[in-house]
Design a protein. Structure first.
Length: 346
């Protein structure tokens, strides 16, 4: 016989009969075919069956149901101490809370896998004391009173891990660049991770950008990656740029070489570079006008001092930018075909 835990023996909670596959036995269980813990018919059911369900939503009950051990370990200490049940399957947790808005939602990973189910109104979880056909039980691991938590807090904690809904970052003109497209067809995130010595036998693995004690903080698929610890993400270009501290153009050239792609700038781009270099020697006012109209650069402020000298407001790659550095960056921006505005302050 199953005994419902004391913490759940409340008149404002409801319970249901479930099948061995954990699905509800009766239809319309959300609103009609559910029972109080002391209902005589339901007590008879518990005497001869191995499993029952706890209906969420009643009295604003909400139960975060973890499907990822990594996510559970990241979040569990940020949740209030509360009545908690360990599942019989993978041994992950169901944490019971009373909330102000018991809405259900899922947390989905990069590969469309469920990381957590937040079970609210219209959902149910298997109750403590239930036993699977293989003999494994749902066990109470924390018999604390059921705590209160605002739904906004639950949403805040879990949503940042819902990376399937986040749009991957893109780089300027990358999607329209045939070289980038060919690189991405030939090289996948797994290939770059392998180059950096990351174990790729699982799509949840370690992050090469920092010291990682869990070996599970980075999730990836063929095209994009995301690290839950450092919260960086992107595609193969971002990964190479972040790991090696290099620019997009340098990463592009490095990956093109890895992919066996011969990449040469068109003659017109070379001509633009030379003309810009010539312009810098004409004097600051002329450079200001011509650069704005030929090769704008995004988010960059250039400050001018004495005639013929230019430098950036903030250092790039840890060094002061002088006239030579400006030439190099203009060269790079022309090759990247950037089309954003440059700001001057003379």
């Amino acid at each position: 016989m199953i005994t419902i835990p004391k913490r759940l023996q409340r008149k404002d909670f409801r319970f249901i009969k479930v099948k061995s596959n954990k699905a509800p036995k009766e239809e319309r269980w959300q609103n009609f075919n559910n029972y109080a813990y002391d209902d005589k018919g339901f007590q008879e059911y518990l005497k001869s069956n191995k499993m029952y369900g706890v209906v969420c939503g009643y009295n604003n009950l909400i139960v975060p149901d973890f499907d990822s051990e990594y996510l559970q370990n990241k979040i569990i200490h940020e949740l209030p101490k509360t009545f908690t049940v360990k599942s019989a399957g993978r041994g992950l947790l169901h944490t019971y809370f009373i909330t102000d808005k018991p809405e259900s939602f899922k947390v989905i990973g990069l590969n469309k896998e469920t990381l957590a189910d937040i079970q609210g109104t219209g959902k149910q979880v298997i109750g403590a004391g239930s036993t699977l056909d293989n003999g494994r039980k749902y066990e109470v691991v924390d018999n604390s009173p059921i705590a209160f938590i605002k739904f906004e807090k639950i949403k805040q904690l879990f949503s940042k891990y819902d990376i399937a809904k986040k749009k991957p970052k893109s780089l300027p003109k990358e999607e329209n660049d045939p070289i980038c497209k060919e690189i991405k067809e030939k090289i996948k995130v797994k290939d770059v991770l392998n180059d950096y010595g990351v174990d790729t036998t699982d799509t949840n693995t370690g992050c090469p950008l920092h010291t990682d004690t869990t070996g599970r903080c980075l999730s990836y698929n063929d095209d994009v990656w995301h690290c839950f610890d450092c919260e960086k993400s992107g595609n193969i270009f971002h990964l190479v740029m972040e790991k090696e501290g290099i620019s997009f153009i340098q990463a592009k050239e490095k990956l093109a070489e890895k992919a066996g792609i011969i990449h040469k700038s068109p003659p017109n781009e070379e001509a633009k570079v030379h003309s810009l270099k010539d312009m810098l020697q004409d004097g600051v006012p002329e450079v200001k006008w011509r650069v704005q109209n030929i090769v704008p650069i995004t988010g960059t402020t250039i400050l001018g001092g004495a005639s013929g000298s230019l430098w950036f407001e903030q250092p790039i790659h840890g060094c002061e930018i002088n006239n030579t550095g400006t030439l190099n960056l203009l060269d790079e921006c022309v090759r990247a075909n950037l089309t954003y505005q440059i700001h001057f302050n003379f």
